[in-house]
Design a protein. Structure first.
Length: 319
């Protein structure tokens, strides 16, 4: 009997933080489902004419904080022979990331289930995609013009400034009309007006109720939110930036937001997504490498990685 093969395209596994890494949760679940698991980075996949190929390394995962993986042999294979590919490469979402999705799309053409859908990844920039859900988001500007950005700050008084292609709170600033550094912040993040930049109206609930991560599988939300409360003196609700974590049932407003965006995610093949909500507003929609599985599983006892793999396996050709 042929063993089913699964690949995870990710940053080096030796560099992850195992107790909170969702890719490791997926590797552990894949092993429990009988998959032979391989890992690799963007350097390890390519197109040979129309054939998607990979030089991937066998990996065994462990649920241990000081020994979470063993690496085995490295093999070259046709990506179309894999049952599943999990695209878990962290941003920046740059042109090299986009190029990699063309390789993965060829594997998908051959019958491999790719999570998330390569075209969906290209279509749904994690910040710009919010424009498709205007009823769910705060006042938002995406622009290159420094004059337009200054006008937005003048209008809304206090704002958050973000690049469109990063993650984990990197290069995210809160600033205001009174802040003497706001011009420097705009110039730095936008590279003096050469890069599209997002500005959002500041939502004061961030300091009290935090930035609430909700995971959606095949368009349906997990019924609990992972609230990330910023560290003292910080405005970023990111665990990588020192935020503390609490778990709460979804509010009616959060459920309504999920009901609105879920069908669109499903239509684009975005099987696994994470949205960030502050107060009553969605501030980001994460589809590249959403995290939060391990924390939510620990706090709620829900088999979230199991639910994800139920959805993945329902799409497999061997199902």
């Amino acid at each position: 009997m042929n063993v089913k093969k699964l690949a995870v395209i990710m940053d080096p596994i030796q560099n992850i933080t195992p107790h909170k890494d969702s890719s490791l949760a997926m590797i552990l679940e894949a092993q429990a489902r009988g998959f032979e698991v391989f890992c690799g980075d963007l350097d390890d996949i390519w197109l040979d004419k129309d054939v998607p190929r990979g030089r991937l390394t066998k990996v065994t995962g462990f649920d241990e904080s000081d020994h979470w993986f063993d690496l085995g042999e490295t093999v070259e294979l046709n990506l179309g022979d894999l049952e599943v590919i999990l695209m878990r490469k962290d941003p920046p979402f740059d042109i090299q990331y986009v190029f990699s999705t063309y390789v993965l799309e060829q594997a998908q053409r051959l019958g491999t289930v790719v999570v998330n859908h390569p075209q969906g990844l290209r279509d749904a920039n994690e910040k710009a995609f919010l424009a498709w859900f205007p009823d769910c988001v705060p006042a938002t500007l995406i622009a290159r013009s420094l004059d337009q950005m200054r006008e937005f700050i003048s209008q809304h008084k206090k704002v958050v400034v973000k690049p469109l292609d990063m993650m984990g709170g990197r290069s995210v600033f809160a600033t205001s009309v009174e802040d003497g550094n706001h011009n420097v912040i705009l110039e730095t993040v936008s590279d003096y007006g050469k890069r599209y930049t997002m500005l959002q109206q500041y939502i004061p609930e961030i300091s009290k109720s935090g930035d609430r991560r909700i995971l959606l599988i095949d368009g349906q939300p997990i019924p609990f939110a992972l609230a990330r409360i910023p560290a003292e003196g910080d405005h970023r609700g990111n665990m990588d930036a020192g935020a503390r974590v609490e778990v709460h049932p979804l509010t009616d407003r959060e459920q309504a937001i999920c009901d609105q965006i879920g069908p669109r995610l499903r239509d684009k093949g975005l099987l696994f997504a994470g949205i960030d909500i502050i107060g009553n507003y969605m501030t980001e929609l994460n589809v590249t490498s959403p995290t939060g599985i391990r924390e939510l599983q620990r706090e709620t006892g829900l088999p979230i990685a199991g639910h994800l793999f139920d959805a993945i396996l329902s799409r497999c050709r061997s199902n």
